[in-house]
Every structure is written in structure tokens, then in C-alpha cells.
Ligand binder design. Sequence first.
Ligand SMILES: Cc1cc2nc3c(=O)[nH]c(=O)nc-3n(C[C@H](O)[C@H](O)[C@H](O)COP(=O)(O)OP(=O)(O)OC[C@H]3O[C@@H](n4cnc5c(N)ncnc54)[C@H](O)[C@@H]3O)c2cc1C
Length: 465
Amino acid sequence: MHLVMIGGSDAGISAALRARELDPAAEVTVVAADAYPNFSICGIPYYVSGEVTHWRDLAHRTSADLEATGMRLRLDTTARRIDAGARKLLVTGPDGAEDVLGYDKLIVGTGAVPIRPPIGGLTGPAALGPDDGVHLLHSMGDTFAVMRTLETTAPATVVIVGAGYIGLEMADALTTRGLSVTQMEQLSEVLPTVDPALGVLVHAELESHGVQVCTGTTARQITRAAPGDSAPLRVDATAADGTAVSRAADMVLVVVGVRPDTGLAASAGATLGFKNAITVDRQMHTNLPDVFAAGDCVITHHRLLGETYLPLGTTAHKQGRVAGENALGGQREFAGSLGTQVVKIFDQAAARTGLRDHEATAAGFDPVTIESQADDHKAYYPGSHRITMRVTGDRTAGRLLGMQLFGHRNAEIAKRIDIAAAAIFHGMTVDAVSDLDLSYTPPLGSPWEAVQMGAQAWVRATQRP
Ligand SMILES: Cc1cc2nc3c(=O)[nH]c(=O)nc-3n(C[C@H](O)[C@H](O)[C@H](O)COP(=O)(O)OP(=O)(O)OC[C@H]3O[C@@H](n4cnc5c(N)ncnc54)[C@H](O)[C@@H]3O)c2cc1C
């Protein structure tokens, strides 16, 4: 049995590891376009900030660790064509030479590529790029380009276009490095994946660390500045009321999301679905014989929404593991995502799982969202922090649909959102969250855990008189 994985990131390596774990006799080859297999690209902001001191430390496992599991790595090797009928993969190696790999099962884990929005100066033959200090950010290659700009031109100012979670992490990272950061976001509040009521708290945290936040501001043009200007680049934008906004900068970072990288699979005949991601079933089969796919290149099965596209590392790992198991003949199903995510912004953290009010309405629920606050541990013990919670439940069925949290980075925001994720995963009602047997000691919690207090606030506000 020869399994071939295309892509050496979360999905491809998870598939390869699972296959080798289940069948040490399986021949497993990972074809990776770059030389950085199993790198934690989620950690890029912390390398840029200097908190992670060497890029090699971002490796989940070294190449030697991976090869020790018995998989074969073909690095700097790009998959060019899949012949699904003949079960052959055409690749080009580091020297450009073509090679054909036969396979029994193929797993496509080509991931996503950063979106290049229609901003003047970013596209076309004269587009500005890393050598001009204008960057997109997704891969280790992008990271090295950012670090070259930081180390060789010592920029003092940066404009970050986009205030999603990566934009926020980079605002934190570049401020930590000593740059003066302007963040532009075309929507009305930062971190649009949470409700504006929490976005506004994130916004305040950014400003309290010196980030100039321009919300409702759409970047239109990036240009090289004229001689005599204060910085080599200029970003021209339009505010929501139509006024022109212009910022000079030494560096520009554009982080406005990703799109699935599906060209290879699509040209082999793979069906594409939501957001042009590869259509897979829950066992991660594509429509092509003996071809599986996983990670940021595929549609996401969501437990409450059905098919969507939610590119996340946690999901890519799980889907890859399922694909690796099933490529060996298993019947495992990807249980589905809830879009659980958390982001640290300076000293605070924001997290969400499940659905927000408008998403739940669109999915046919009858949602109501109640905001409340609770302490992360007993306030009489030093160092306690208030957590702001937004609990979304179905008014009719009482089912917990979603939760959003904001609070201090030491307030266990990530693990608290995971309580909610586990409850939603198992279809619990909001009321039943109070029944969970959760831990307590005053320095670390309360007899009623904060998430349970949020659930009780929801029940109080929604119970019929
Ligand atoms: C800065 C940053 C921070 C993030 N933080 C988080 C986080 O905190 N939490 C979270 O859950 N997620 C986070 N993510 C998202 C997470 O990293 C991705 O969801 C995850 O890496 C997807 O894994 P993947 O294997 O599907 O695809 P990718 O990581 O995109 O990898 C695909 C790989 O396939 C290779 N490839 C593509 N085409 C070919 C080809 N033809 N031949 C050979 N190789 C090919 C590419 O070179 C690439 O290495 C972050 C992403 C970034 C960029």
C-alpha cells in the first residue's frame, strides 16, 4: 500500500502520521512544495515578535522526527498533475526534474493561499511586493520575507490591512517589536468573527497599546511615496463616510483572509463546493477514485450549519487524521467543526464557538444572545479578572448554540470556551450547562464556574414569566 500526501503542513502530516501509526508497513510519501514540513504557521506572529527566538522552534516536529516514523519526505517538490484514473502523480523536484509517483491512495492537503484583495498596487505586473516592504503572510517563505524587511530596513511604521485574528496577532507582534502600527479594517469593528460588543473591547485593547485603529476604512491603493515623503510607502483608503484617509508607512502587511488552494485537484476533476473548496464527504473522500482531501483546501462540515468553509489548524489536524485512517481502509468520520477559536491580543483574549445570533437565525434557529460578566476566580483572591460572556441559545428548544468570551489572557479564556464547545458538541441545553461537574478552588475558579454563570444569566433572561 503506497499512500501519497500532497502538502506537508497540518493536514498532510497528520494524515501521514496516522497512517504510519496504524500500519507500520504502509509506504507513506509526503510531497511538500517547501522545505518546512510540519511547521506551526500559527506560531508565525510569535516568531516575528521575537518571543519565539528561532524559526526552527516553530517546527511541531523536525524532518528527522518525521522520517523516524517511517514516512518519506519529498521536500521542495511540487505536485503538478494528478491522473486519478491511472493513480499517478506528476511532480517536479528541487532541481526542476519531473518524476511520476504511483500511488494506491492520494490525500490532497494543499491548504489555502492568502487572499490578494483588489487594492491598487497589489496586483498587476508593477505590483509592489516584499522587496518594497509590502507583504502577505501565510507560509514560512512569507515569514522570511517579512523578517528580511524588518531586519534590513528597520521599519518604524507599519500599516496592517485587515483586523481579523491574524491581523490582530500581527499588530500585537509588530508593536512588541517596537513598530508604530496602524490597523485598517473595512468593517465597522475589529475581529468581525465576534459580536461588535466584544470587538469594541478588542479595539480598546489595541488602542491602549498604541495601535491606531481605523475601522470602517477600506484600503484602495498602496504606492511608493514621492521623494521627500516621510516614509517609502503610502496607503490611501476611504472611510465609511467617504472621506479620504492616507497613511505613510515603512511597511505594509495585507492580511484579509485565505482562499482554498484547489487548482491541482480541480484540474484533475475534483468537485468544488462552498467557497470553491474541494467537496469531501465526512470520511474525507473526494469524488475522484482513491483521492481524499483534508484541511484548508476542503469544505468544512459544521455540526450546526452543515457545509461551510472554516479554515483552521485544529480542523486541518482532525481531517488529516481521518483521511490518513480511511486511506488505509478505515471508516472514520470527521465529526464536524464548531468554529471554535481563540486569539490573544496583547493582555486580553477573545474566543468563540458555535453560532452567533445572526448565524443561528440564518440556520433556522430561534436564537437569543445574553451578555453577562463573571470573575475568572474568587475576587477575594489576588489577580482575579472579569470575563465578558455572550451566550447564544435557542429560545424554543433551550439548546446552547454559541458562546463568545473576552477577558484577560490569564483568565483561561481558551479553556473556558472549550467547555462551551464540548457542551454544544453534545447538544446540551443552556440550562444543563449548570449541571456539569466542574472544578473549583478560590485562586483558580468559583463554585459556579464563569461559563455556568453565563449560562444561568441566559436562562434567567429567557425564562418565561
Ligand atoms: C499567521 C497564522 C496564524 C494562524 N493561527 C491559527 C491559530 O491560532 N489557530 C488555528 O486553528 N489556526 C490558525 N491558523 C490557520 C492554520 O494555520 C491553517 O488552518 C492550517 O495550517 C491549515 O493546514 P493545511 O495543511 O490544510 O494547509 P496549509 O498550512 O496551507 O499547508 C498546505 C501546504 O501544501 C503545500 N502545497 C500546496 N500545493 C502544493 C503542491 N502542488 N505540491 C506540494 N505541496 C503543495 C503548501 O506549500 C503548504 O505548505 C493560522 C494561520 C496563519 C497563517
